[in-house]
Design a protein around this ligand. Structure first.
Ligand code: SAM
Ligand code: SF4
Length: 335
């Protein structure tokens, strides 16, 4: 049955759903989680069948791109069943892309299965190529395991994009090492500004913040940068390094506002729909999902939520404090 597309109050079509399938993770990145996180009781989580129903409803309502994230999506038990089941929407043509954002720790196990389920591109988060620094920033992660995962992904035929959080005094000195490494392996690279999400148990947010404006300036010391117009439907802006042809992306929620072209909403693993990453407002979709075997209540709840999608977020570090901070962790909403 044809359904009217999801259009928000600012005439933006919602075609992109990011789904956090778990709040758990095998890492404890310093900017994302505190060391002692309390996770949701398992019974709060949507089952894989419920996640399927949620995603399939969004696909019916016009979502064309699905990104599976978390927490660490690949540590959710039996998650490949979910990926395999979503591939039916790729086969039907309703879904154009199924992707995943991962810390890479489980890719050696799952890369082939992801490819078989129709995933073609993945994002791997990696902030440093130094083993000791990697252990420090992820607390629990081990670099060789992730590098093996990236090898497996490329071997399986997945296109890999590396996402690096720019962290002051931490990976400033690795700008060129990271970009050369990505170029040598034909992987795209995007830098992300650290965002004020969740209480980190004493970690200093403003102290972590390395402006991408500054990062660009450093790149310019070695390369001629050309700003590229093309967007990928996401918040990233790209530059080309003229000397090598390499493209580098920047996600700058704080120094730039990218909300005017926002096409996405985010579903948590408990069925909360966040219409904006940077705002507290959300809609509970689990209750309407569980209230009835038909999807009608769910569809109505989704439409009502999209009608409330705000114009944008209010993150701001300019007063040397983390203004506009939202209380939940990135692993809750899904980065
Ligand atoms: N565990 C997976 C991973 O690390 O790729 C997926 C979830 S993680 C929350 C998604 C992305 O959010 C990662 O690239 C991570 O670096 C980023 N992230 C987490 N906390 C952040 C923060 N406070 N500011 C900016 N990016 C953050
Ligand atoms: Fe885990 Fe990803 Fe958060 Fe790191 S950024 S703690 S890998 S969810």
């Amino acid at each position: 049955m044809e359904m009217p597309p999801l259009i928000d109050p600012f005439a933006r079509a919602i075609t992109y759903l990011r789904v956090s399938v778990t709040d758990r993770c095998d890492f404890r990145c310093v900017y994302c989680m505190s060391e002692n996180m309390t996770f949701l009781p398992k019974k709060e989580l949507l089952t894989l069948e419920e996640l399927d129903r949620m995603c399939s409803t969004f696909v019916r309502m016009g979502v064309e791109k699905l990104r599976i994230t978390g927490g660490e999506p690949l540590v959710r038990r039996d998650i490949m069943t979910f990926f395999r089941s979503m591939s039916r929407h790729l086969d039907s043509g309703a879904l154009k892309e199924l992707t995943v954002t991962t810390n890479g720790s489980q890719l050696a196990r799952f890369a082939d299965d992801l490819y078989a389920a129709g995933v073609r591109r993945i994002n791997v988060s990696l902030d440093t190529l130094d083993e000791d620094k990697f252990a420090r920033v992820t607390r629990w992660g081990r670099l060789p395991q992730v590098l093996k995962g990236i090898d497996a992904a490329q071997k399986a035929g997945l296109r890999v994009k590396i996402n690096t959080v720019a962290l002051k005094g931490f990976n400033e000195d690795e700008l060129f090492t990271l970009s050369d490494w990505c170029a040598s392996r034909d992987m795209d690279l995007t830098f992300i500004e650290v965002m004020p999400m969740g209480d980190l148990g004493g970690e200093d947010r403003v102290g972590q913040y390395w402006s991408l404006k500054d990062l660009r300036g450093k790149l310019r010391e070695r390369f001629t940068l050309t700003d590229l117009d093309h967007r990928t439907g996401g918040p990233a802006r790209y530059v080309r390094l003229e000397e090598t042809g390499q493209q580098i992306g920047f996600i700058t929620p704080l120094t730039h506002n990218f909300c005017e072209s926002c096409n996405r909403v985010r579903l948590t693993c408990t069925g909360e729909l966040y219409m904006c990453l940077g705002q507290e407002d959300m809609a509970d979709l689990r209750a309407p999902l569980r209230a009835s075997e038909s999807d009608q209540l769910l569809e109505e709840a989704i439409r009502a939520a999209i009608d409330r999608k705000p114009k944008g977020h209010d993150f701001d570090y300019s007063r040397q404090q983390a203004d506009g901070q939202v209380s939940r962790h990135m692993s809750h909403t899904g980065g």
